[in-house]
Design a protein around this ligand. Structure first.
Ligand code: ACO
Length: 338
């Protein structure tokens, strides 16, 4: 291991809502086809919150409990909970506060972070800082999204893309065998308007793109829904994912031939294919769950990590590269030895 390895993943868990929404379900409510969605995006179905009483903190709670059990620790051992989400339960307090209460992590300091689909990677990087200072020893880093709550069900170019779910990891000081070998995070505020949900915050008086047109004839306020310029996002996404992968590998001092498993953010199969091709990764070493889960923003990577560990696709000793991009723009990557 390199000398800068500070933090390891000690346990993983995830949660997916039971309700499945298929492309055929979308065919019934909007002008789209299963064929279009599969060809352009690669999604067949997605998990969606069906229980009116469920919110992001509920999804996160299930994932957190699974990760704590997997790590073999108790909730009281948790020093911090960091939740990456763009769909918090409410403006404040944080979603992490409710997870703390639900799991009984009575000794923890908890907070949320907002970095869209790259949020879990940002959270891991923050956790690494806490571990490096010696301040904390057990940190829950969670990506949790009720992303369909932000989906505009009258906009076929975005609604079909999203899903709900949560993934969690427990991180601890590295043990010399496994851990985060390299990392990279970056942002560019010039691109904020390509992908955002601009209602619901304090920015009520500043004019943003055609605000007054965003309330449709039925009175639906689209300002609080996801607006996206898909084509532009696509182009930046491919570049950002490749940069994230390369910089994280540089930081780790390794190259693509030393990567055993690639876990890209699950947004579009064509974006995943582009990064896999660039890194010359054979298909069987690229994790894809987008077909069944859609894009659950900050949750896609920790969900995929847990599924891959438990199905044996990630084995002890494997070097895993993760890379993501998201609204902001934000982007980043990690190299993790398991
Ligand atoms: N069904 C049928 N037709 C559709 C649909 C649909 N669901 N959506 C769009 N179309 C139509 C468009 O109206 C357009 O029709 P037109 O030519 O008659 O105008 C045509 O298909 C082509 O539209 P494009 O937008 O050019 O399609 P594209 O190939 O770019 O695919 C997509 C759109 C899938 C959104 C793609 O641009 C993409 O994946 N972008 C990146 C998305 C992403 O990764 N977002 C980030 C994550 S979200 C987050 O961070 C919270």
């Amino acid at each position: 291991m390199t000398k800068k390895t500070i933090m390891k993943i000690a346990g993983t868990g995830h949660y997916l809502p039971e309700k499945i929404m298929t492309n055929q379900d979308f065919e019934k409510i909007m002008d789209t086809t299963d064929e279009w969605i599969q060809q352009r995006v690669g999604i067949k179905e997605r998990r969606v919150v069906g229980d009116a009483d469920q919110s992001t903190s509920d999804l996160a709670t299930f994932a957190a409990k699974a990760a704590i059990e997997d790590a073999g620790i108790n909730p009281e051992d948790i020093d911090a909970i960091i939740i990456a989400t763009v769909t918090p339960d409410m403006a404040f307090p944080s979603t992490a506060i409710f997870v703390q209460k639900n799991i009984g992590a009575v000794n923890a300091a908890v907070f949320d972070i907002s970095a869209a689909c790259t949020g879990w990677i940002y959270g891991m990087t923050i956790a690494e800082g806490f571990i490096a200072t010696g301040k904390f020893k057990n940190i829950l880093v969670i990506g949790a999204e009720f992303l369909t709550s932000l989906a505009d069900m009258t906009d076929r170019s975005t609604a079909v893309l999203f899903g709900d779910g949560a993934g969690a990891v427990v991180v601890q000081p590295a043990d010399g065998e496994s851990g985060i070998m390299g990392s990279y995070i970056k942002s560019n505020g010039e691109l904020a308007e390509l992908l955002w949900s601009y209602g619901g915050g304090s920015r009520v008086n500043k004019r943003v793109t055609d605000q007054e047109k965003m309330v449709d004839a039925n009175g639906n306020d689209k300002r609080s829904k996801i607006r996206m310029e898909g084509n532009k996002v696509y182009k930046y996404a491919v570049r950002a994912m490749i940069e994230s992968a390369e910089k994280a590998m540089d930081d780790a001092g390794i190259n693509e031939h030393q990567i055993d498993v690639l876990i890209p953010h699950q947004a579009n199969m064509r974006i995943i294919d582009a990064i896999a091709e660039r890194l010359e990764m054979p298909d069987d070493r690229v994790i894809r769950n987008l077909q069944y889960l859609g894009n659950s923003s900050a949750a896609t990577i920790p969900i995929a990590i847990d599924q891959s560990r438990k199905s044996g696709k990630i084995k002890k000793g494997d070097i895993v590269l993760v890379a993501a991009f998201g609204g902001g723009f934000t982007w980043g990557g990690l190299v993790i030895k398991f």
